[in-house]
Design a binder for this molecule. Structure first.
Ligand SMILES: NC(=O)c1ccc[n+]([C@@H]2O[C@H](COP(=O)([O-])OP(=O)(O)OC[C@H]3O[C@@H](n4cnc5c(N)ncnc54)[C@H](O)[C@@H]3O)[C@@H](O)[C@H]2O)c1
Length: 386
């Protein structure tokens, strides 16, 4: 069992430590803030207690998991780890500094991974003397519950390091997919229109937030509507991801953020955690009812879904990931009711192209340009799986 060092004991680090310890690995959980370490310890103890109470874990197993995790505030304690997963603050310079320090501490063979959501793995690896041992291992929140992990080799990463990491993460019971080192990897890129197009429909006044949420859940089969989900994630977090993806794609209009969400962040209406976002979470606060108009609802669902399909098709076109990994990523990473490429086949590729072209004609915005792959498949009368 490889001794695993988790660097950063915040929300993600704590969850990843739980996953690794549950898979039987001895874990060192490091943070430079002692309060964060005590919070992590408390949180893991509570989680284990709850799992035992619910009958999901034997007391003995829970104790074993907790005993396998050691909390350290000195990076030198990580000297004999075989794998480090960094989950500190999302800041390139700080991450680079930590990777430099780590490399001085660990052995030659230790794999160094970052859980970054938005930074390039190549730039983090470049801070290391042995960049070939660096890659991205991107968990989703909450790490113990979310099945998907994106594995991102940088251009410097040795194939053996990728193969070992894939094997290891799969042995932890996770669904591992491989993504190219490009902004948003798979999920955070392909999912952008789920929020962006919903915000656009709202801003145009075609429907309000409860109606769009109703349509996406009741008619579209998504677990949560986009506005409920944005409120849940937090607008600060969700807006920053959108803005970062937009900037990283050299301001491609397809990823343009929405003023509506920017203003929510500026106002401090961050969603559930601040008591108010698109909805008011204060006790007894009135929230408007959706307009349950099936015709309007179906139009909303299709407009958002076709934009998601276009994004998935483009990710495949640009070789960001394989067809199957794109499908797995969206069904396991964000629990979409169906893989988007299969959804495209079922709806008809020609229908997808017609809708996108109609939107493009209406708005004359590059945001609605159809992926060359969809157009090619339509021309050849083929689907993604046929
Ligand atoms: N929160 C999410 O939904 C999510 C999902 C996937 C990936 N990520 C990524 O995971 C990473 C961590 O995110 P988080 O939400 O857990 O953040 P967080 O703020 O909850 O935790 C970050 C932790 O890192 C510690 N830290 C900061 N600088 C440090 C340093 N120099 N040395 C050691 N520890 C340091 C902080 O004390 C804190 O405990 C980020 O890169 C983020 O982009 C987050």
């Amino acid at each position: 069992m490889i001794k695993t060092g988790i660097i950063g004991s915040g929300a993600m680090g704590t969850g990843i430590a739980q996953v690794a310890a549950t898979a039987g690995h001895p874990v060192l959980l490091y943070d430079n803030n002692p309060d964060a370490l005590s919070r992590a310890r408390q949180s893991l103890e509570n989680v284990m207690k709850r799992l035992v109470e619910k009958g999901k874990l034997e007391t003995e197993s829970a104790e074993g998991i907790l005993q396998r995790i050691e909390y350290v505030n000195n990076l030198y304690a990580c000297k004999d780890i075989g794998l480090a997963i960094e989950a500190i603050v999302e800041d390139l310079e700080i991450k680079k500094g930590v990777f430099e320090q780590l490399e001085d501490v660990v052995s030659e063979g230790c794999i160094l991974a970052s859980n970054t959501s938005s930074l390039s793995i190549a730039s983090i690896a470049a801070a290391c003397k042995k960049p070939e041992r660096v890659l991205g291992i991107h968990f989703f929140n909450p790490a113990p519950l979310m099945k998907l992990v994106e594995i991102i080799p940088a251009i410097q990463t040795e194939p053996e390091v990728l193969a070992q990491s894939l094997g290891l993460i799969r042995s932890w019971g996770k669904t591992a997919v491989v993504a190219k080192d490009t902004p948003g990897f798979i999920v955070n890129r392909v999912a952008r229109p789920f929020y962006g197009e919903a915000l656009r429909i709202l801003e145009e006044g075609l429907a309000d937030a409860p109606t769009i949420d109703w349509a996406m859940t009741e008619l579209g089969g998504f677990r949560m509507g986009p506005f409920t989900l944005m409120d849940y994630i937090g607008h600060d977090v969700n807006y920053t991801v959108t803005e970062t993806v937009f900037q990283s794609f050299f301001f491609d209009p397809r990823y343009k953020p929405a003023f509506t969400q920017k203003r929510l962040v500026e106002a401090g209406y961050l969603g559930r955690k601040s008591g108010r976002g698109f909805y008011d979470y204060h006790h007894g606060a009135p929230n408007p009812e959706p307009r349950q108009d099936k015709k309007l609802g179906s139009q909303i669902v299709w407009r958002i879904v076709v934009m998601l399909i276009n994004e998935a098709a483009d990710a495949l076109y640009w070789n960001i990931a394989s067809r199957n990994d794109i499908e797995l990523a969206m069904t396991h990473g964000v629990n979409y009711p169906k893989g988007l490429l299969r959804w495209a086949d079922e709806s008809g590729i020609a229908h997808c192209v017609e809708t996108l072209d109609r939107l493009y004609d209406e708005y004359r915005e590059d945001r609605y340009r159809c992926s060359p792959l969809l157009r090619k498949l339509a021309r050849e009368g083929r689907g993604f799986f046929s």
